[in-house]
Write a protein that binds this ligand. Structure first.
Ligand code: AMP
Length: 357
């Protein structure tokens, strides 16, 4: 167990790390963040920020030596240099190596009995055309690595489009287009002793490939499919001896839950847990990596809705507070181009006339 006053290292400098650092401070821990130079919004709320390259082995070692435990908020940290500090890392770099490659994560999940979207590895035009032949159209070509928020993705409507597409110069994966009723995620926290806690699965609505909204309770189909999805998420976590917070995203389809992707960290679709659950995903990540008991994950209001504040909308986001049910989080980013996640608003809603709140 890491005692109060101990130091948590966070790899990555974005909003997830920022919210994690706030929870760490609440539990009496110090935080040192490590990320390449650039706008690191975590620096506004942590004790120390080290701006260094992911491949700077000396800086990484000095960082780990100064920490009792190291976790991450960004899954595209190169996994290989982390092997040198693996004894401090929660989760272990092997979880990262799998989660940052769309092909590896689909194979991993399929081996555990899960059902990913139908897929085909694409390293050349010939592979792409073979994939289109096998999976049909429409299909989605995605880079295996580094894609996020719909970036690094191309929707392909026909074989002709596949022939004409300007292929990215990086390994890709072609996915069959899944017909789904809605999307949901399973977020769990797992301690080193194998104890697991799940949050309720929100229904996730995307716009332009970016999460726009998470709603609880979600559609009935989520309730019907969540136990199968949780079983898979737990199998993934157990197989990886996972310590920390793990997210698996699913499509709720007619034939059952279809695995989309996983993230070895807290997730945007879990931001509702800060006010909407008894214990947030960030607090339980801190508890899990520090060896503390996990907190109650139950939802605390009849209805909870989390909406992202994207791009220029951040400038007027304070207007949301005219609604007393709204909780606003702004991430402290200075630039607000279209498509950038700037903050989020969570509303806890009670039925009209209920004054217990
Ligand atoms: P991703 O970055 O893979 O999570 O994709 C972003 C969003 O694009 C997803 O949340 C879905 O709304 C949509 N999407 C991605 N892959 C597929 C697929 N194979 N079939 C249908 N929709 C998809």
């Amino acid at each position: 167990m890491i005692k109060p006053g101990g130091t948590i290292g966070i790899l990555g400098g974005g909003q997830l790390g920022r919210m994690l650092a706030i929870s760490a401070a609440q539990l009496g821990y110090r935080v040192i963040a490590y990320a390449p130079a650039g706008e690191a919004v975590i620096a506004q709320v942590c004790n120390e920020y080290i701006a260094a390259d992911w491949h700077d082995a000396d800086a990484l070692k000095a960082f780990a030596d100064a920490c009792d435990v190291v976790t991450l908020e960004f899954e595209n940290v190169p996994a290989a240099p982390l092997d040198a500090i693996a004894d401090k890392l929660a989760p272990h770099p092997r979880a990262l190596a799998i989660a940052q490659d769309r092909l590896a994560e689909k194979r991993f999940v399929a081996d555990l009995g899960g059902t990913p979207a139908p897929f085909h590895a694409v390293d050349s035009r010939a592979d792409l055309l073979a994939g289109i032949e096998a999976l049909g159209t429409p299909a989605i070509l995605k880079t295996r690595r580094d894609g996020y928020d719909g970036k690094g993705q191309w929707r392909i409507g026909s074989r002709e489009e596949a022939e004409a597409l300007d292929l990215p110069d990086t390994p890709c994966i072609l996915e069959g287009f899944v017909q789904f009723e809605c999307e949901f995620s399973v977020i769990l926290a797992r301690r080193a002793d194998g104890t697991v806690a799940f949050w309720e699965s929100s229904q996730n609505g995307h716009e332009d490939g970016i999460l726009a909204r998470s709603t609880l309770p979600g559609a009935a189909i989520i309730g019907q499919q969540v136990s199968e999805a949780r079983k898979l998420a737990k199998a993934v976590a157990d197989k990886l001896d996972y310590v920390g917070v793990l997210t698996l995203e699913f499509f709720a389809s007619e034939s059952g839950p279809i695995f989309n992707e996983m993230a070895p960290r807290a997730h945007n679709s879990g931001h509702w847990t800060i006010e909407g659950a008894a214990t947030s995903q960030f607090e339980n990540q801190v508890r899990a990596i520090c060896g503390l008991p996990l907190g109650d994950t139950r939802r605390v209001a009849p209805r909870v809705v989390m909406e992202n504040v994207i791009g220029p909308a951040a400038a007027t986001a304070h207007e949301a507070l005219a609604d007393p049910a709204a909780h606003l989080h702004l991430y402290g980013k200075t630039d607000s181009p279209e498509g950038r996640k700037m903050g989020h608003i969570t509303r806890l809603e009670w039925p009209e006339g209920d004054t217990s709140s």
